[in-house]
Design a protein around this ligand. Structure first.
Ligand code: ADP
Ligand code: ZN
Length: 724
């Protein structure tokens, strides 16, 4: 088990419950597991699929996810395929053929296939190792995603009495749990109910003011990070996406009113890291398995805690830190209440109202957010301080801020209430800017009166005073700060303001995360991310399938510069090591040469662990492919013979050409076409594949272009060019 975990998936340890689940499966026991999103459910059946004899059949409701799952498995060197209505007849036949020849380790199907008799006949004639049912709550009418198709799964245990069945879901109340176990007919299953605590998520609630600018500000601190922003209405989705685009952020909208084509396109752009932000209604969600979502923002109040938990759950699946930010304004309550009032059934209506109240309490109580969420789902949270929410990190302790508020407001008054936040803070902190001296604002009495505290303190205070209506912003494009009536009362000593205590909130937040999540080299991360994107485009898969953020972050802490080093990084299994190891090493090495200080700071040496065995396997695997190719086998035949994905073999051949092996190019690319591709590379003076593919409008495949490129590189056909 551990060997496979390391070799195939590249992980050192199991996540909670994975090991026990897998052991039970290997003992042919049924399993029922409730694990939160990101808990690592797929590994629980993919690992047994690799170890056990026969095919593991995965039943999954989401056709859109199957391809990604299969691609991810193939990347790890697992022989995998899917059967669903999106396949062409020819592709379908090919999958059936592989299945019948016992060459599939993993087969994904949609539930309706289970009702087809000829499919069942085929299954009866191949060895099956396991049935894994994903999103198992779909079988229950009590759940929130009931799918009648799932009912056909109740026949599995009758037809295949000796095969273990493992059911997985991320949402199941005890009632749904019983229902699932009964409907599928699980036989005394091993039951897991994992904690719903998502340790890597930071929960925060902010007072909602001008939410668009607030979001812009947040994005300014999270440049280029992928994230989801939820809004309630289609109009607000479109407006916000436009607003962000106008401010130079790559954002796209997603809602049910867009055509399926546009929705698909936008979702794919997000998946492939081509846009960083997707602004969406709750229509966006099912079918997102992007693991590197770094934040989820709720710009409007969600209807209930269930959806809030589920939507925020899409952040940080890879286990790396991610933020969940909710903008809460009481103004949202009547809108939701209005919709609830339209519900005809009285009981349903009062349940919905109660749920709304819970959400309001969540947002307005000064209680650990995590504890509130978990308690809502009936889970005790033992820790005093969760260290990863705004309440626990002291972002919201209350103190008297009257004096600071007066300083700030007297600056506002002294400058005629004609300036925006940043400028006012500059004066308060006594900044030495040209603009201030031009306006002679360094002469007013309170200039520099707040210099003993940093700008962040003042920025935080401004937000707080805005939230309490002590001051307000006036004007759309260049909003200026003004005093409200309440503000005047404070300024003239008639009233006090109690505000939130900030106490170096930012730093504390970092430290809290630092106890478990160590920082990484951001500059290198950006470089590796670019490389990941280009490899992903070449393979036509989303970037997170190549390597997760977590894996890249670890590289940016340990700077692996040799194959054995990089093999030691979590998430780098044998297949990926072979395919991408050298590409990443190259970038890391160059980076280290340009920035030698980083290595010293990190305290690491180039040699973390020497592991000659691995190198040997690597050499051998190329040799084998070379042998078979020379014997005249096609790429597909080699892939089949060696039990690899064809793309792995293609990668081998590319490397063989690059390293000067005697590969008959005529068998790979027709001579005339080779010539044309070669000329285009010369004309373009670039090794990038995309322009070549585009030029030939699909008549040339990526593989062909890669082979020609490798050939040219090996023969140094571009030796005078700048782009070696
Ligand atoms: P789920 O289906 O439960 O939402 P996934 O199976 O998609 O979760 O796994 C979430 C992420 O966690 C994936 O990026 C996966 O590669 C990673 N992961 C799974 N198991 C482990 C492990 N033992 N160690 C490190 N990462 C893991
Ligand atoms: Zn907390």
């Amino acid at each position: 088990m551990f060997d496979t975990l390391k070799k195939v998936f590249g992980f050192e340890d199991f996540r909670p419950n994975q090991e026990a689940i897998i052991k039970n499966i290997l003992r042919k026991k049924d399993v029922f597991a409730v694990m939160p999103t990101g808990g690592g459910k797929s590994l629980c059946y993919q690992l047994p699929a690799k170890i056990m004899n026969g095919t593991t059949v995965v039943i999954s409701p989401l056709i859109s996810l199957m391809k990604d799952q299969v691609d991810a498995a193939l990347e790890n060197g697992i022989s995998a395929a899917f059967l669903n209505s999106s396949l062409k007849p020819r592709e379908m036949t090919a999958v059936y053929r592989t299945l019948r020849s016992h060459a599939l380790e993993l087969l994904y199907i949609a539930p309706e296939r289970f009702a087809l008799s000829d499919f069942l006949e085929t299954l009866k004639n191949v060895p099956i190792s396991l049935f894994a049912i994903d999103e198992a709550h779909c079988v229950s009418e009590w759940g929130h995603d009931f799918r009648p198709d799932y009912l056909s799964l109740s026949s599995i245990t009758g037809i295949f009495p000796h095969i273990p069945v493992a059911a997985f879901t991320a949402t199941a109340t005890p009632r749904v749990q019983d229902d699932i176990i009964n409907k599928i007919g699980l036989r005394a299953p091993y039951i897991v109910r994992a904690s719903f605590n998502r340790q890597n998520l930071f929960y925060q609630v902010k007072a909602k003011r001008r939410v668009e600018s607030q979001i812009l500000e947040f994005l300014g601190e999270h440049t280029d990070e992928p994230g989801i922003i939820y809004r309630t209405t289609r109009d607000s989705v479109v407006n916000l996406a436009d607003f962000l685009t106008d401010h130079g952020i790559k954002a796209v909208p997603y809602h049910a009113g867009l055509t399926p084509g546009v929705r698909k396109k936008n979702q794919e752009a997000f998946n492939k890291d081509e846009v960083s932000v997707i602004v969406a209604t709750i229509a966006f969600g099912m079918g997102i398995d992007k693991s590197n979502v770094r934040f989820v923002i709720h710009a409007d109040l969600p209807k209930n805690i269930e959806s809030y938990y589920q939507e925020t759950g899409r952040a940080g699946r890879d286990g790396e830190p991610a933020s969940c930010l909710l903008f809460f304004g009481r103004g949202d309550i009547p809108k939701i209440r209005y919709f609830i009032e339209q519900i005809p059934d009285e009981q349903e209506r009062s349940i919905a109202m109660e749920k709304l109240n819970h959400t309001v309490r969540y947002a307005s109580h000064n209680l650990c957010r995590r504890r509130q969420l978990l308690e809502y789902f009936g889970e005790d949270y033992p820790a005093e301080n969760c260290e990863a929410c705004d309440i626990c990190t002291g972002m919201v302790e209350k103190i008297d801020v009257t004096i600071d508020a007066r300083i700030l407001m007297s600056v506002m008054l002294g400058t005629g209430q004609r300036f925006g936040i940043r400028y006012i803070i500059d004066i308060v902190t006594g900044a030495n800017t040209k603009r201030i001296s031009e306006f002679q604002h360094d002469r007013i009495k309170t200039y520099g009166a707040g210099r003993h505290k940093d700008k962040n303190h003042w920025r935080f205070l401004v937000d707080d005073l805005l939230a309490q209506d002590v001051i307000y912003q006036d004007g759309d494009r260049y909003p200026v700060l003004k005093l409200s009536e309440k503000g005047k009362d404070v300024l003239y000593g008639r009233e006090k303001v109690i505000g939130l205590k900030r106490e170096e909130a930012k730093k504390k937040q970092q430290a809290a995360r630092g106890s478990e999540f160590t920082p990484h080299d951001e500059v290198l991360f950006d470089k590796l991310r670019v490389l990941r994107k280009s490899l992903a485009d070449e393979q036509r898969v989303p970037p997170f399938i190549i390597f997760s953020d977590r894996t890249l972050h670890e590289m940016c802490r340990r700077y692996p510069a040799t194959l054995p080093d990089i093999a030691g990084i979590s998430g780098v299994g044998d297949a990926k090591l072979e395919r991408y190891g050298n590409d990443f090493i190259k970038v890391i090495k160059t980076y280290l040469e340009e920035n030698p200080d980083n290595l010293i700071q990190s305290g690491q040496s180039y040699e973390i662990s020497a592991c000659p065995a691995r190198n040997k396997t690597k050499g051998e695997t190329f040799d084998k492919t070379f042998e078979l190719f020379k014997q005249g086998l096609s790429i597909e035949e080699i892939a089949k013979a060696r039990n690899f994905a064809a793309s792995t073999i293609t990668g081998h051949i590319e490397k063989l050409i690059l390293t000067g092996h005697d590969i008959d190019m005529d068998r790979l690319v027709e001579p005339k076409r080779r010539d044309e591709i070669g000329k285009l590379f010369l004309t373009l003076q670039s090794w990038h594949l995309n322009p070549v593919i585009e030029h030939f409008k699909g008549a040339v495949s990526y593989d062909e272009a890669k082979f020609v490129r490798a050939y040219m590189k090996n023969h140094r056909l571009l030796k005078n060019s700048v782009f070696q």
